[in-house]
Ligand binder design. Structure first.
Ligand SMILES: Cc1cc2nc3c(=O)[nH]c(=O)nc-3n(C[C@H](O)[C@H](O)[C@H](O)COP(=O)(O)OP(=O)(O)OC[C@H]3O[C@@H](n4cnc5c(N)ncnc54)[C@H](O)[C@@H]3O)c2cc1C
Length: 457
């Protein structure tokens, strides 16, 4: 049997693919439900993710998986309206005329920003289209330095800096230009006249998770099961030790995929990963009516949160019994930060009263409930030199044959961690196991091996 440690999307995808390769597999998940960071709350209608989630058009593996699992018809592509809150005003920033009307950047700044997003370098007066092709060339360049050199001070200070403050706080100067360029490439299609096209499942990402659980088989998944030990020798993995509320059991295993954060990899194998992670505090506020007409509102203001994401301006409130759902989100760079130290009711009070100062018409009596989720490792800090820190899928040489890693520190989760990245990481590990177990000289092509298998790392 092959053990999968962690029942988030990466672990479930790995298990699914291993089964396609004909392997006997078991997923162990420490929480009482699978899903990991894609966990859900109940609402008056469809469930909602505890942390805001959508897909970009560039993410293909998740769409293919949805198709394979028969749930692709639930996947909807919609416009997610973006805006900036600056000096008491919400500035929509999707349509060309909205961008032209934005008063906090000059026409020239907007021209340079557009060129960067189209990956055109006009430094030196001659347009070049290949400057940004090789991301590795920007791996050690600080993001601020890069933006000042490749765009304008106005672009940096009035467009990117507030976003970087919200995403990385006081770590923003550590982040590499390669990350920014990767993010620009990662962003999917835009409808020129309407804005960014984002994906979401009718019925939430639970639709995909449920289909995946069904495909893997509930009998092959154990929740409330913490893997506490991974045993291996120089020839390979031998077993995993699993603690459940009723027993501690040792399960013979021929390989193991660790589909969890790198601290779990370290505790099970001693492999150290030097990637820093940031935490997140994220609220879902259920309200009687809307706050704005924007989906994604970046806050360029000294607020105790980085963004307000009004889910029901993306998915109709009808799906939630008529309730309006708003995410309030903030990343945490240090666990000493006041927000991380606050109780949930303190966070709620600070956040709702700050929304009142930003939107004087906001009436707290329209709030029915506030649910707060926190995670100490919500996303990597994509600092300079990050690529060197990525954990390989196959840890056969670093730890022992048969040890694989599909967690958030893997290659597929750069330049942005995502559900799609988790699925790719799970598939990559499963395919490597299948390759390893193929008899020498075995003929025929395994239909499930990812064509990119040899291309990463
Ligand atoms: C605020 C926020 C916003 C996001 N927005 C988006 C978005 O818009 N679009 C998108 O695609 N993605 C988004 N993501 C990212 C996405 O949720 C993650 O990339 C993805 O869920 C990671 O899946 P995973 O399986 O790698 O890890 P996880 O979901 O972390 O799963 C790991 C699992 O391992 C379990 N585990 C840990 N230790 C053990 C152990 N010893 N034994 C057994 N089990 C163990 C954990 O309980 C967990 O369930 C967002 C994430 C956050 C936090």
């Amino acid at each position: 049997m092959i053990s999968v440690i962690g029942g988030g999307i990466a672990g479930l995808a790995a298990a699914y693919r291993l089964q396609q390769h004909g392997h006997d597999v078991h997923v162990f998940e420490v929480a009482d439900e699978v899903g990991g960071l894609a966990g859900l709350y109940e609402t008056a209608g469809d469930p909602i993710e505890m942390y805001y989630h959508h897909l970009s058009k560039s993410e293909e593996t998740i769409v293919e998986l949805a198709d394979e699992l028969g749930v692709a018809d639930h996947l909807e592509w919609k416009i997610g309206k973006n805006a900036y809150y600056v000096d008491g005003t919400v500035h929509p920033l999707d349509k060309p005329w909205e961008i032209l009307a934005y008063p906090h950047m000059s026409f020239y700044d907007k021209f340079r920003l557009t060129l960067l997003t189209q990956e055109i370098d006009i430094r030196g007066g001659r347009p070049r289209f290949d400057t940004y092709d090789d991301l590795a060339a920007f791996e050690d360049v600080p993001i601020g330095e890069f933006l000042l050199e490749h765009t304008t001070r106005g672009v940096y200070e009035n467009f990117f800096e507030p976003l970087l403050d919200a995403k990385f706080g006081d770590r923003k100067d550590d982040v590499s230009a390669a990350w920014l360029l990767g993010r620009i490439k990662f962003r999917g299609e835009r409808d020129l006249l309407r804005g960014e096209i984002l994906g979401y499942f009718d019925g939430s990402f639970k639709v995909l998770l449920a289909a995946l659980i069904d495909a893997v088989g509930e009998q092959n998944i154990t929740t409330n099961a913490r893997v506490t030990d991974l045993a291996y020798n120089e020839t390979g993995v031998t077993s995993v030790t699993v603690e459940t509320p009723t027993e501690t059991a040792v399960h013979d295993s021929t390989a193991a995929i660790i589909a969890a954060m790198p601290n779990v990899l370290e505790s099970l194998t001693g492999y150290t990963c030097a990637i820093d992670f940031q935490g997140a505090v994220c609220a879902v506020v259920t309200m009687d009516g809307p706050l704005t007409d924007t989906y994604w509102l970046n806050i360029a203001d000294d607020a105790p949160f980085g963004a307000l994401i009004e889910h029901t301006n993306f998915v109709s409130p009808d799906r939630y019994g008529g309730d309006h759902l708003l995410y309030i989100a903030s990343y945490i760079q240090s666990y000493d930060e006041p927000l991380w130290q606050m109780t949930d009711s303190e966070v709620e009070s600070v956040w709702l009263s700050h929304i009142e100062t930003l939107f004087p018409q906001f009436d707290q009596t329209s709030v029915q409930s506030v649910q707060i989720a926190r995670n100490p490792r919500a996303a990597p800090v994509y600092e300079r030199g990050y690529r060197e820190l990525i954990v390989p899928y196959d840890l056969g040489e670093d730890i022992a044959p048969g040890v694989y890693y599909a967690g958030m520190a893997s290659h597929a989760q750069y330049p942005e961690r995502s559900l799609n990245g988790g699925i790719v990481a799970g598939f990559e590990c499963a395919d490597r196991i299948a390759e390893r177990n193929r008899e020498p000289g075995q003929s025929g092509t395994d239909p499930f091996v990812t064509p990119t298998l040899v291309s990463e790392e």
